[in-house]
Design a protein around this ligand. Structure first.
Ligand code: SF4
Length: 379
């Protein structure tokens, strides 16, 4: 069986730290570290490109951190390396901070083959942006986002809701943002407070739910569909790369803190979150997953999507029928009440089900565990 492959490159550098952030990233004092890190990243990418079936590479994704703070030369060399190996992914995404979207940066991206830009908007309200510690203001975004729209045929925004103490008008924020430029894709994430002293509070449940509902109804009116619990797209613009994570695709992760997955070998790996050790002596920390863990991961990831878990794919991967594992109690609690939809080949969470996804997933985990214990096959 051949797996579509994605390549994820992690750039753990930021200009400053945002108050809400829980990602691994550092603020380097000079560009020497970035250059050395970029060199290491590209040398490991070359090694991976030697090993993978390059025809199967459907996406390249630069995430962070703030990839847009890397030197231009890094992007030029990355583009040249992909060309050298004949890798022309359907989707080549770079995450960018609006503060970095200069004309020349956008040109550099296009020249090296990037065809999708993911802009970390997070909010369209200056007071909220300030509380988040973002570098961009609404004024700046009003200038640079239309510019990015003119250059990229595939544009995505990230938005955070349920953040902090301020009351927000998410409908007005969304309208303002779409007046700047209508995107093709939008990720809306609920704020989770980092375990750090001084991190801003999470909004109370009621306000977070109101903000989420405002974003969702706005996106529906714009004919976006919710193809994953936090992700929305216009028809034809669901993210190729992110779908690999949810549908058991293969992804090669490179960089300090990057993760990778080899579905055929049932192996996950990660690089430790340490920039200097990545530059000096990069090593992958490998975890081999038991059959039960793999089954659970498979259903947990697939349940995040609107399509849900495919019984056929589950059967092909694990040689057993997930349908027979689903208990009458699960059907009663979630299917009969409209939280989940059960069809001939899929179990999927409905919109109502997405609101209680953790509970629904945990119940299915319980069914899987009981079923495996019943058959004496937990590994
Ligand atoms: S720019 Fe992104 S990665 Fe960097 S601190 Fe802010 S949220 Fe975190």
């Amino acid at each position: 069986m051949k797996n579509a492959t994605g390549i994820y490159l992690h750039i753990p550098f930021c200009v400053s730290r945002c108050s809400y952030c829980d990602f691994f990233s550092t603020v380097p004092r000079d560009s020497v570290v970035k250059v050395a890190y970029g060199d290491r990243l590209l040398s490991l990418l070359r090694r991976e490109l030697e090993a993978v079936d390059r025809a199967l590479v459907v996406s390249v994704y630069l995430g962070g951190g703030s990839p847009s703070t890397m030197p231009r030369r890094f992007f030029e060399r990355l583009g040249a390396l992909l060309r050298e190996y004949g890798v022309t992914p359907a989707e080549f995404t770079v995450e960018a901070n609006p503060a970095d979207l200069t004309e020349s940066f956008l040109e550099t991206l296009v020249c090296c083959g990037v065809n999708r830009l993911s802009v970390g908007v997070q909010a369209a309200d200056d007071a909220v942006l300030a509380a988040m510690g973002r570098r961009a203001s609404c004024r700046l975004m009003a200038r640079v986002i239309p510019r990015a729209r003119r250059v990229f045929g595939n544009l995505s925004y990230d938005i955070i809701y349920g953040f902090g103490k301020q009351r927000r008008d998410l409908v007005a924020e969304m309208r303002w943002l779409f007046d700047c430029a209508v995107p093709d894709h939008l990720s809306a994430y609920a704020y989770t407070r980092p375990k750090r002293r001084g991190a801003p509070p999470v909004a109370d449940e009621e306000r977070a739910a109101e903000e989420e509902a405002a974003i969702h109804s706005f996106l529906r009116r714009q004919c976006f569909s919710r193809y994953e619990v936090s992700n929305w797209a216009r028809p034809g613009f669901a993210s190729v790369h992110n779908r690999l994570y949810w549908t058991w695709g293969r992804y090669v992760g490179i960089g300090a803190g990057a993760h990778g997955f080899e579905p055929l070998a049932a192996v996950r790996y990660r690089y430790p979150e340490n920039v200097l050790s990545f530059i000096e002596r990069p090593r992958k920390v490998i975890s081999r997953l038991s059959r039960e863990m793999l089954m659970k991961e498979f259903v947990m990831l697939a349940l995040r999507t609107a399509t849900g878990v495919s019984f056929t794919q589950f059967g092909d991967l694990f040689g057993t029928d997930l349908r027979t594992m689903i208990s009458p109690l699960f059907r009663e609690r979630f299917v009969a009440t409209g939280y989940a939809r059960l069809t001939r080949d899929h179990l999927a969470a409905t919109d109502r089900g997405f609101a209680v996804l953790n509970t629904l997933t945990a119940a299915l985990f319980g069914d899987i565990e009981r079923s495996l214990v019943g058959h004496g096959t937990t590994d």
